[in-house]
Design a protein around this ligand. Structure first.
Ligand code: UD1
Length: 473
């Protein structure tokens, strides 16, 4: 059993040790969080390292034979899956507390393990690093949250433009550098949509390519900036990260470095929303406040008082006014906080409209919130909410990571008790969620039962292809 998780908090430690021995987390399906409703939060909550940063930084560690040390790695099942995938191809990972030492010098080129990649979309992002360093890569088509079709065409088109030959056979993406060349060729790439994953894949691929690569309409998420900072420490030449146009001048070799993962803006946003929903006062720290600007602006518009001091944000929840949100790529309102914000709006004064523009199937929480007494009408990917005075506690199953978080917030607001299942999703992305809530004063316990609530099939009355999508800017 791996010692990596020993830094985890009290009871959660035991849970995660069990997870470490498991590949599919199926035992988590019988667990639930029992929440005593009408809770209030009070205090300061420590924010963990960002899941989405940590995952891509792990992929980037494949680019060097020297040691990479990652600090502030969160204890999550997604991270564990990524570690298992890297381990499978010969990467040596040693850890102490939340610090991970990664040694990729003894990698052997083989196909990444199908079942593991299938359960973790971000592991597909290894393709760019493997291809540029070793000249070939075989990566199964990715899995991830059940929130839509999540294509990979932007990754494939970009890698082909860089000089890769790619075929997809029996669910495996097989890529190699064309001809007898040893290196990819720098080129100009314009993404059709600012995909986070594709931007990351292509940046990594370009770092060891011959000459200059320009990526236009690149995603600008903070996790991409974090990746570029680490790659620069490794010796990469990258200009304009955080902009729509990123330029990478290929180098011959990348070296080792030590890098601290940025705080998780989505985790911080989830706690801020939970505080607003319960008219509570809490501080989230450490955070990088401008990463959360779109969220804190909306919370302020909805009636909360926000104070920013250094690397912390304090919220004082008061009234809750209905406000509209429209998800968008960074610096817009993050799609990953759409579900939690919807839970907040269920008890707002007045009406609100929540429009999801990034993923076509990310409204799985709506019918569950309605079961709890919310008044939401869904038309395609727009939720029309009429705030109600209260919602009631229930036993429900979250069907993806962020919808599970939304149901937990709803359970905290609700009158009566709730049991929220679907923890196999929650534990992918929130470190010690219930311990942190408990420390803030919420009555919440993880129950380890035999009963498995089956996820209900959710049907939307809309054509997925009619959904408004983010187009190339
Ligand atoms: C990442 C995040 C996820 C977040 C999402 C959007 C990680 C591990 N996950 O996911 O938490 O919700 O960004 O902020 O970092 N698309 C294409 N073709 C492609 C790739 C994407 O059409 O090749 C589309 C997708 O279908 C989606 C949109 O682009 O509609 C955004 O997806 P993308 O930014 O790629 O999300 P991920 O990188 O998978």
């Amino acid at each position: 059993m791996d010692l990596v998780w020993l830094f985890c908090h009290d009871k959660f430690k035991i849970l995660v040790l069990m997870i470490c021995g498991s590949q599919n987390n199926s035992h988590l399906k019988s667990q639930n969080l029992k929440i005593f409703g009408q809770g209030k939060l009070n205090g300061t909550v420590p924010i963990s390292g960002a899941k989405n940063s940590a995952l891509v930084l792990l992929a980037a560690s494949l680019l060097t034979n020297e040691t990479i040390i990652l600090e502030n790695i969160p204890c999550l099942t997604d991270i564990e899956k990524m570690r298992n995938i890297l381990n499978d191809i010969g990467v040596n990972l040693a850890d102490k507390n939340n610090r991970l030492e990664i040694d990729s010098k003894n990698i052997f080129i083989k196909q990444l393990p199908f079942e593991l990649v299938n359960g973790l979309r971000a592991s597909f992002f290894c393709i760019g690093a493997l291809l540029t360093k070793f000249g070939e890569a075989k990566v199964p088509l990715p899995g991830g949250c059940n929130i839509g079709s999540r294509p990979i065409d932007e990754h494939i088109n970009g890698l082909q433009a860089l000089g890769a030959e790619i075929i997809i056979e029996e669910g495996i993406v097989k890529a190699k550098i064309k001809g007898n060349k040893k290196k990819l060729n720098g080129t100009q790439i314009k993404l059709k949509c600012p995909s986070v994953g594709a931007t990351e894949t292509l940046i990594m691929a370009a770092t060891l390519a011959e000459g200059r690569t320009t990526i236009e309409n690149a995603a600008r998420e903070p996790e991409i900036q974090d990746l570029c900072i680490m790659l620069s420490k490794m010796g990469a030449k990258i200009y304009g990260s955080g902009n729509e146009k990123i330029i990478i001048d290929g180098v011959n070799k990348l070296g080792g470095c030590t890098h601290k993962v940025i705080p998780d803006r989505i985790e911080a946003g989830t706690f801020l929303i939970a505080a607003a929903a319960t008219s509570s006062s809490i501080t989230v720290s450490p955070v990088i406040p401008h990463h959360l600007e779109a969220v804190t602006n909306k919370l302020q518009e909805s009636g909360s008082k926000i104070t920013i001091k250094g690397n912390s944000i304090t919220i004082k929840g008061k009234e809750i006014k209905g406000v509209d949100i429209h998800t968008a790529p960074f610096p817009g309102f993050p799609t990953d906080l759409q579900a939690p914000f919807t839970a907040l709006m269920t008890i707002a004064n007045g009406e609100s409209e929540i429009t999801e523009t990034i993923f076509e199937d990310r409204m799985n929480h709506i019918h569950l919130l309605n079961k709890m007494g919310a008044s939401i009408k869904l038309n395609k990917n727009i939720a029309y909410i009429k705030g109600v005075e209260k919602i009631k506690g229930m036993d429900l199953v979250g069907s993806d990571l962020r919808s599970s978080a939304a149901l937990i917030i709803a359970g905290i607001i609700a009158k009566g008790n709730s049991k929220i299942y679907g923890l196999e999703h929650l534990d992918r992305g929130y470190e010690n969620f219930e311990s942190k809530l408990k420390n803030l004063g919420i009555k919440i316990t993880r129950e380890f039962g035999n009963k498995i609530l089956i996820e209900e099939k959710y049907e939307v009355n809309s054509e997925p292809n009619q959904v408004t999508r983010i187009e190339a800017a």
